[in-house]
Design a protein around this ligand. Sequence first.
Ligand code: PDD
Length: 288
Amino acid sequence: MIEMRTVYVNGDYVSENEARVSIFDRGFLMADGVYEVVSVLGGKLVDFEGHMVRLGRSLSALNMERPEAMDDLLEIHRELVARNGIVEGLIYLQVTRGNPGDRDFHYPPDGTAPTLVLFTQAKPGMIDSQLARRGARVISVPDMRWGRRDIKTVQLLYPSMAKMMAQAAGVDDAWMIEDGHVTEGTSNNAYIIKNGRIITRALSHDILHGITRAAVLRFAREAQMEVEERSFTLDEVKEADEAFYTSASAFVTSVVEIDGDMIGAGAPGPIAARLRDIYIEESLKAAI
Ligand code: PDD
């Protein structure tokens, strides 16, 4: 028997095969929607507050109405974790500008209800990940996304294309390059380590302001590691001692190869490994 998840759609908890959204939904027709991904460890939510603050920022940046259930999101997340028995995994949340009843480039009139959906993804083995143990291999690809990557929109066609380019090249992921510098990974923030310094691009419209990034940089500074927020080039990646990426689903994952060139020793390095351990340990402690 196929196990059906319970998902949340506009106020209702329903079986995933009964969940319905209109074909006129702006998320479907215009990619006019924003999302968040919160990880679940030990049945609890990691960095929940940070993700909800960023959701608020994404909505404001697009002048999108807040869903009525905005104040109930913690309860909804917890209910989905409980109903689906999630111990290790993710909760995906999406808000769109709703269903105007027809296709139109203009935004619908004020008062059109936004669409809110949430669902769970069980991911046993997220902590003890094989990819993290062996380290990811990546290729570089041009960054062809729009200019407001700080807004977490559902316009994910180019990142999907980049993942497919990586797959076709027989590697795990892609890092995106703009003006000779790395912006970020397809679905993660990018870092190198050189002479003990952790280097990652500064926050701007060019990258998503990762919630995991903020936590990892805080832990790094607390552990007296040196952090430099600046852009770095593809050559710097190739000459780095270590490289890694962060996201809610990958935590801290080492990158051991780019475009066929080995990074450092070609295996997960000690600093990235330590950051991963600290991040997971602290996240388990602070999860709600
Ligand atoms: N991706 N950069 C991009 C382009 C991302 O899509 C993500 C997250 C991140 C990391 O952000 P955070 O640490 O807040 O997860 C950086 C999610 C996990 C996804 O799309 O599935």
